[in-house]
Design a protein around this ligand. Structure first.
Ligand SMILES: [Zn+2]
Ligand SMILES: [Zn+2]
Length: 365
């Protein structure tokens, strides 16, 4: 195993009565100097690095160091069966991960916190379909929401009592060797928390969350349109590690209406009128999203003419009044005529003083 005749004190360059602190400092200084990452392709550095780690594995541990002092270098490194831990001594598996992890974070000037940070819970999205009238007036509607909430019994911790994680010793991180490279990573046993549950919470059985289905009354404000999202803060999935819950978004779909057509905050409606109403003028009733309203058609109203009913549209977003309603006139002609009707209509011909297509046909093409 040992490829050197130097004893471990010589390798680390410390005296036999060096304190544990002095040994640790010496190890760190040498490990920095001979680390393979800093000496790529340098076989000698690689060998030194291996020796340094082998020496520190023993001298860094007071129990192993005492055994080493008692037996002497030769006896220790030639395989002494009575020494616990020595028979399967191996550079890779007995490496001092704690020390090496510290060394790494020192070297790169970062001290990562491995305990998990509070995380906001996931957002939820639900769809809601409204009629145009509901979108216009706003609506309060009950919905069933199924989501995970933080367990009220354990506050999301999942356990009633804890022990220190034995794998990482409570630090939440472990080292993994890949050849001469070492990576410090989150402890897989405790997920970085550094602790292990002894007794799970009886309410959530250790998960820290409970599935809750509840009926919530959602108030949809007036004026929403297809694609609008209404946010219910904190009604999403439970947060982790004490983080806040996510939000619930209600995504709105507004159904088409049989006769109202919406364009932003404006509303369009086609209103059929009779020939006498259009020709003579009339006061007619027209529908709005508020209900019926009266409007005056002037004499000589034409088919397709557009009238504006100010402030009769949808509420403007962010308050401040309403859009407009546009009434588009559609002149309706009687479809079936008896002889009397035909006589009446043909008499109307006299009323047109000029050919209505005059402008279209006046030119020779
Ligand atoms: Zn752990
Ligand atoms: Zn619980």
């Amino acid at each position: 195993m040992s490829s050197t005749t130097k004893d471990y004190y010589e390798i680390l360059g410390v005296s036999k009565d060096a304190s544990q602190d002095e040994i640790k400092k010496a190890y760190r200084r040498l490990a920095r100097k001979y680390h393979p990452d800093l000496n790529p392709g340098n076989k000698e550095a690689e060998q030194r690095f291996k020796e340094i780690n082998e020496a520190y594995d023993v001298l860094g541990d007071p129990k192993k160091r005492a055994e080493y002092d008692r037996l002497g270098h030769q006896a220790f490194t030639s395989g002494y069966e009575g020494f616990e831990g020595f028979k399967d001594f191996d550079f890779a598996s007995n490496f001092d991960f704690g020390g090496f992890g510290d060394f790494f974070s020192d070297l790169f000037g970062e001290r990562t916190t491995f305990r998990e940070a509070p995380l906001k819970g996931a957002d939820l999205v639900m769809r809601m379909t409204l009629t145009m009238e509901e979108a216009f007036s706003g609506v309060t509607r009950p919905i069933n929401v199924s989501r995970h909430i933080t367990c009220p019994r354990c506050g999301g911790r999942g356990a009633e009592s804890y022990d220190r994680c034995s794998r990482c010793g409570g630090t939440g991180k472990v080292g993994t060797r890949k050849g001469f490279f070492s990576i410090t990573q989150t402890c897989p046993d405790c997920g970085g928390s550094g602790r292990r549950a002894i007794r799970f919470c009886t309410e959530c059985r250790g998960s820290g969350t409970l599935l809750k289905t509840e009926t919530v009354k959602v108030k949809i404000p007036a004026g929403v349109d297809t694609g609008s999202r209404v946010k219910l803060s904190g009604m999403g999935e439970a947060g982790r590690n004490g983080g806040p819950a996510g939000d619930l978004y209600i995504e709105i779909e507004v159904l088409p209406h049989p006769f109202f057509r919406r364009d932003g905050s404006d509303v369009y409606v086609e209103v059929p009128v009779t020939v006498p109403e259009a020709a003579l003028g009339a006061k007619i009733e027209v529908p709005t999203l508020d209900g019926l309203t009266k409007m005056t058609l002037p004499p000589g109203t034409q088919g397709g003419q557009k009238f504006k009913l100010k402030g009769k549209g949808f509420p403007l977003p962010k308050g401040g009044g309403r859009g407009d309603q546009y009434v588009i006139v559609k002149i309706v002609i009687p479809k079936e005529l008896d002889s009397k009707g035909r006589a009446l209509i043909s008499k109307m011909e006299e009323l047109y003083r000029e050919n209505p297509r005059e402008r279209l046909v006046s030119r020779r093409w």
